[in-house]
Every structure is written in structure tokens, then in C-alpha cells.
Design a protein around this ligand. Structure first.
Ligand code: NAD
Length: 471
């Protein structure tokens, strides 16, 4: 598959090709070019030259195109979902959900009200704010929800009138190329580029003088490097959506018949979700019963190739991520923790050629264990007893992470208090992981800066401009 430079397909200049593997089978399913610095610069320069072809249109004209893109995604749903499953590893049902979520993001931004805001209107003065495009946007993506996240970034950036240069994660470029081709068919020439390759392509993009805005989703380790790249190459607007270590705080009155919902908040997409529940804190009186019910509910997990019917948990996406999970299991054992369920690598066993790992639960652990204090981004979760809800809240707030968090209780007053005081971008009550298109999404502390989705996400792709009119 070729990359897209200035809306046109392009093979590699001198970097050659890189293989894309199916993480469930380890078969090569396709290949993409390794872009070099010149390819990236060419894409960015064309973006800057072509910007006016898109930014000169009215909001209504651009909205119409976004609505058409939403329809195109839906029309190609089956092909897109099969591609997502093949390169990410997630079950087909979840891949369809991801494709639909992307279509509905384009639909949402195709109907967002963007009005001039009048702040003062007197006999002598009219003061108002309008939203202007920023310029070429670099959209840098991770591998866990590549298709949906390209939609989260592209739709508001395009509504605002900006051209795009997209950088997929090295292991998951194929769905992004498919969406890139849909965009290339609908947008004026030069407005979309998708440059494929390894991390150096992201570095080159961030430092290009043509790029005016960087929207990055990835790990807490890479986020600061993106800031360094920006600082070294001139000012750019930036948002960073980084990793999380979301906690679920479970009160002693929690209704155990709802435990499967709590459990799936950790194991969806084999735990490779930025806002998965990555540690469970439970009030001591409920601890033993909760662990028993939680582990029993894991009978419902069927691990396998996501393309097969009945499978609801796929492999890890890549070998380094499988190693992170293996190391956490080992660290837990070495330091006296208990592997209450699972704990084994499946890769290499019959029927599991790819990066498979058993869903795993750890107990007898606390914040001194890596599995509690770091992001696992895989199918392993610790359950930790706490003397009180406030103790759990202290543990959550002393973490460097701050993406999401949840509280599970029938006491709505308690839930409201905890959800307000949890230091994170989104707090859920009796659920987790639900993201609505009209609400802001993002993290605090090491989990990031800036917000995506809703009018907040749109505004981050604009320059608010003040117009002061003396009458
Ligand atoms: P990563 O940070 O390794 O890579 C993300 C992207 O950045 C890739 O495309 C990579 O090639 C590129 N990149 C790497 N180094 C770069 C640099 N110096 N400059 C510019 N680009 C560079 O992350 P990953 O392993 O692909 O994704 C997993 C991480 O993403 C997890 O930590 C997860 O929590 C996080 N994530 C966060 C959100 C969110 O919305 N907060 C959503 C999904 C995933």
C-alpha cells in the first residue's frame, strides 16, 4: 500500500518498505513505505500551499464534506473493520464499533454550531470572536484505536479549515491509509497527506517549519519528546493525549451482580485502551467477595484471533507490549504478589501463534508494585483492598497519571464528591470508558495537555480571533 503525499499516492523515496503484521497470526498482511525527511517535508509544504483551497470555503461547505466522509466510512464499514482487526488484533465486533465511532465523529462535527460570539454590542462598539484556521496540522497516532483517533483529530481540524499531515503508528498504518484515501477523494487536492514509517517520521513532522499545530496521542514517555521537538523548531499549538493509569474505586455497597461491567472495563481490546481500568481499589469489607466474583466473571473471556466468531479478546498488538505485560507478571511474583488468575503467555502454544497473553488478575499488591503504579496497557489488572474511599482517593491523586477514573457505589452523594475530587480529565460513576462526542476528552498531569472532542476539541484546532469594531 502506498502512502499519500499531497493527496497523491506515493511509494518510498529511498527508505524502502516496511511490513505490516497481523498480531494474531504473525503473517505479513501488507507493506507501506518508510517515508524519509524529504517525503515529510514535501507533504508539509504541499499542505501549506494548498491550505487556502479548503480554508476559503465556508463552515457550511466544509460541514457538507464532513457529512459525506461519514457516509463514505459507513459504506466501507466491512472492509475497514476487517482491516482494523487484521492489523490491531481486536475482535471484529469491536473493530466495527471503532469504524462506526469514527463515522459518528465526522457526523458530529458536520453538525456543530460554529457562530461568531458577540461579547459587547453597544451604540459605539461591537466586540466579537470568530474562529480562524491555524494552518497545517500534524496528527500523530498510536496503534490501539488508530481509525477512531484519526477521526477524533481529522474531523474538528478539517471543520476549522486546516490541512492535515497524518502519521500512523508503525504497526497500524492500513486503516489510516484507507481513511486517508476517503479524505483524498472528498477534499481539495493537497489537503490530506498520510506519511508512513517509524518514529523518526513523527520527529520530522513535529519539527517541520510548515506545521502550525501538533495533535499527538501516545505514551507518557513520547509526549515530552514531542514538546522538545516543538521547542527546538518554533512555536506551535499542541495537544498531548497520553497514557493513563485509571483507577476504579469500589465502595463496600457495590452491587456484585454488576461485576462483569467492571471487569470488561479492564479487558476490552486486551487492556490496550488509554482509559481502561488499570487498577481496582475496593473497600476492605467487600474485598474477598469482589475478588471472587470478579475472577468468576472472567469465564466469559474467550481469547483468540479477533476475526473468529465468539472471540472477545485478541492478542497484544506488538512484541514490546507483550513484554511489558510479561515483565509485570514477573515483577509481581518476584515481589511477593499473587497471580490470582491467568499469568501465562499464550504465544507459541497451539492455536496462539501471535502475541497472546492470558487475562490476568494480581492481588496482594500495592503501589510499590509496577502493576499498580505504572500503565500496563495489556490484559493484567491488580485488585487492591483499601480501608476507606478517602484512602483510595489519596492513592489515586498521588499518582503521576490523570486521564480518567471511576467510582462504583449506590451512594450518589459519595460518588459525586469522589468524582469531583479525582485528579483526572473524566470521572465516571458506575461505569468507565464511555466517551461522548460532545464532551471534552483529555488528561491532567502526566496524562496530557489539551482536550479533544466537543466544541473544546474544535476550538483547539482554531485561532480565536477578536474583532473590535468602533461604530
Ligand atoms: P508511542 O508514544 O510509542 O507512539 C505514538 C506515536 O508517536 C507513533 O505514531 C510513533 O511513531 C510516534 N512517535 C514516536 N516518537 C516520536 C517523537 N519523538 N516525535 C513524534 N512522534 C513520535 O505510543 P504507542 O505505543 O503507539 O501508543 C500507546 C500509548 O498511547 C499508551 O500509553 C496509551 O495510553 C496512549 N494512548 C492515549 C490515548 C489518549 O487519548 N490519552 C489514546 C490512545 C492511546
Amino acid at each position: 500500500m502506498q502512502m499519500i503525499v499531497g493527496s497523491e499516492l506515493k511509494g518510498p523515496s529511498d527508505g524502502g518498505w516496511m511490513d505490516v503484521l497481523n498480531p494474531a497470526t504473525l503473517e505479513v498482511i501488507n507493506r507501506v513505505p518508510k517515508a524519509n525527511v524529504e517525503d515529510v517535508e514535501q507533504a508539509c509544504a504541499i499542505s501549506a500551499e494548498s491550505q487556502h483551497l479548503w480554508s476559503d470555503l465556508t463552515f457550511d461547505q466544509r460541514k457538507k464534506v464532513l457529512a459525506q466522509i461519514a457516509d463514505d466510512i459507513k459504506a466501507n464499514m466491512d472492509d475497514i473493520a476487517a482491516t482494523i482487526t487484521a492489523e490491531v488484533g481486536k475482535p471484529l465486533g469491536e473493530a466495527k464499533h471503532e469504524a462506526l465511532a469514527c463515522a459518528s465523529t465526522f457526523k458530529f462535527f458536520s453538525t456543530l454550531d460554529v457562530e461568531e460570539e458577540v461579547l459587547n454590542d453597544t451604540e459605539s462598539v461591537r466586540l466579537s470572536v470568530i474562529h480562524r484556521p491555524i494552518g497545517p496540522c500534524a496528527l500523530i497516532l498510536p496503534w490501539n484505536f488508530p481509525f477512531a483517533l484519526m477521526g477524533w483529530k481529522s474531523a474538528p481540524a478539517l471543520l476549522a479549515g486546516n490541512p492535515l499531515v497524518v502519521k500512523p503508528a508503525p504497526t497500524t498504518p492500513l486503516g489510516n491509509m484507507k481513511l486517508g484515501n476517503i479524505l483524498a477523494d472528498r477534499l481539495p487536492k493537497g489537503i490530506i497527506s498520510v506519511v508512513t514509517g517509524a518514529d523518526d517520521v513523527g520527529k520530522a513532522l513535529v519539527t517541520s517549519k510548515h506545521i502550525r499545530r501538533v495533535s499527538f496521542t501516545g505514551s507518557v514517555e513520547t509526549g515530552p519528546k514531542v514538546l522538545e521537538g516543538i521547542a527546538a523548531s518554533g512555536l506551535k499549538k499542541v495537544s498531548l493525549e497520553l497514557g493513563g493509569n485509571d483507577a476504579a474505586i469500589v465502595a463496600k455497597d457495590f452491587d456484585l451482580s454488576k461485576v462483569a461491567s467492571l471487569m470488561w472495563s479492564s479487558f476490552r481490546n486486551a487492556g490496550q485502551v488509554c482509559i481502561a481500568v488499570k487498577r481496582v481499589y475496593v473497600e476492605e469489607p467487600l474485598y474477598e467477595d469482589l475478588v471472587k466474583a470478579y475472577v468468576a466473571s472472567m469465564d466469559g473471556i474467550k481469547v483468540g484471533n479477533g476475526a473468529e466468531a465468539g472471540v472477545n479478546m485478541g492478542p497484544l498488538n506488538n512484541l514490546p507490549q507483550l513484554k511489558v505485560v510479561q515483565n509485570m507478571v514477573q515483577d509481581t511474583k518476584d515481589n511477593g504478589g499473587t497471580i490470582k488468575f491467568g499469568g501465562n503467555t499464550l504465544m507459541g502454544q497451539e492455536g496462539f501463534p501471535g502475541y497472546f497473553h492470558e487475562p490476568t488478575v494480581c492481588t496482594d499488591v500495592d503501589e510499590s508494585f509496577s502493576v499498580v503504579s505504572n500503565e500496563q496497557f495489556g490484559p493484567i489488572v491488580p485488585i487492591v483492598p483499601v480501608p476507606s474511599i478517602d484512602d483510595a482517593l489519596d492513592r489515586v491523586n498521588s499518582s503521576r497519571f490523570g486521564l480518567g477514573g471511576s467510582v462504583w457505589t449506590n451512594d450518589m452523594e459519595l460518588a459525586r464528591r469522589v468524582s469531583e475530587h479525582m485528579q483526572c480529565g473524566t470521572s465516571w460513576i458506575n461505569t468507565h470508558m464511555i466517551v461522548e462526542k460532545n464532551a471534552p476528552f483529555g488528561g491532567v498531569k502526566a496524562s496530557g495537555i489539551g482536550r479533544e472532542l466537543g466544541r473544546w476539541g474544535f476550538e483547539e484546532f482554531t485561532e480565536p480571533k477578536t474583532i473590535y469594531m468602533k461604530k
